[in-house]
Design a protein around this ligand. Structure first.
Ligand code: LMR
Length: 333
């Protein structure tokens, strides 16, 4: 009798725990280095909302903003190890995986406009760039925008010669390094979250970033001047750990692919508005004087930065650069 009760109890416990396991959601940790109100932060939260809705909570997405889980420089190794399932690092940061080609997005003025950028990212070039991540154990899912960059410093910058002698923070990309050296500046690699402190301590004099990053990191509070050069693009690759992604049940993966498509549409719509709003707020804060450039002045910046295109070809491959130039040439302004 005692044995019968024991085995009934064990059976019940087994059934209960199997039922509980069957209902355990698949957890996706999604880490990023920005604030929740940045374009990337908002898109990550949107992805979480849609992924959980579409899968009817069979997937739970935990978003970790502000680099609280992994900092710049740690993220990509963490996703390879499977310590985090999703990320959206800036395209300037993929060379740590041995993939230099993503730095093509750093070439100054390579995209004449947004339409040209999208043509590249959504076409065969974009797809083949994302596929380059596969052998590294990383699944490339989509491109997310931030925006075009402006320059800032504590002395007025109008023309390219005003950069001479400035120590400027860059992300760890050799194309960005060449860009600052071409202008006569000294590039310094720092994590974005360390930039306000480095500016205050005088380790660096200036920065480049889209206005939304400048604003969300409060950089405008410690920079008196900015110039709307729009000289380069900053965007992200939305990525997942490949082993994790490939092992998902097929229906869940299809649901998540839908959430990715929706979040990508959301990201690439809000980013541009967020940047123009951020620039207006920076300007109205009265802390940073923002210079807007005429087309003749913009042309001066373009000319000054032309040599970067040449040196970048050696870094990312001239075939890729030529293909982009050919594809974007047909895109009108
Ligand atoms: C930066 O380091 O400036 C950016 O990559 C940060 C980000 O994620 O936008």
């Amino acid at each position: 009798m005692k044995t019968l009760v024991c085995s009934l109890l064990a059976g019940t416990l087994f059934l209960l725990s199997s039922a509980a396991n069957a209902q355990q959601p698949i957890v996706i940790k999604f880490s990023h280095v920005l604030s929740p109100d940045s374009p990337k932060g908002r898109a990550a939260d949107f992805f979480k909302m849609r992924a959980e809705e579409i899968t009817r909570n069979r997937v739970k997405v935990e978003v970790y903003p502000n680099g609280q889980l992994f900092k710049d420089g740690e993220e990509l190794n963490a996703i390879q190890r499977g310590d985090v399932q999703m990320l959206a690092p800036s395209l300037s940061k993929f060379s740590v995986l041995g993939i230099r080609e993503f730095e093509v997005f750093d070439i100054p003025y390579i995209f004449p406009n947004r339409a040209a950028l999208k043509k590249i990212q959504e076409g065969t070039i974009g797809r083949s760039l994302l596929e380059k991540l596969d052998p590294q154990g990383v699944k490339g899912l989509a491109f997310w925008d931030n925006g075009f960059k402006i320059l800032s410093a504590n002395r007025p910058i109008n023309g390219p010669s005003d950069i001479r002698g400035l120590r400027l923070r860059i992300q760890g990309s050799l194309v960005l390094d060449a860009q600052m050296r071409t202008l006569g500046g000294t590039p310094q690699v720092f994590a974005l979250t360390d930039v306000p402190r480095a500016l205050k301590s005088g380790e660096i004099d200036g920065t480049e970033n889209p206005p939304s990053n400048m604003y969300s990191q409060r950089i405008h509070e410690v920079q008196q001047y900015a110039v709307e050069t729009n000289h380069g693009y900053l965007g992200y690759a939305l990525i997942a750990n490949k082993r994790f992604w490939d092992a998902l049940p097929a229906d869940i993966r299809a649901n998540l692919e839908q959430a990715v498509r929706e979040a990508t549409r959301f990201a690439n719509t809000i980013a541009w508005q967020d940047n123009s709003d951020a620039l207006a707020v920076i300007e109205h804060s009265g802390k940073t004087k923002v210079t807007h450039l005429s087309s003749a002045q913009l042309n001066e910046w373009r000319q000054a930065l032309l040599p970067v295109m040449k040196s970048a070809q050696q870094r990312v491959g001239s075939a890729l650069v030529n293909e982009i130039s050919k594809t974007t040439a047909s895109t009108s302004n």
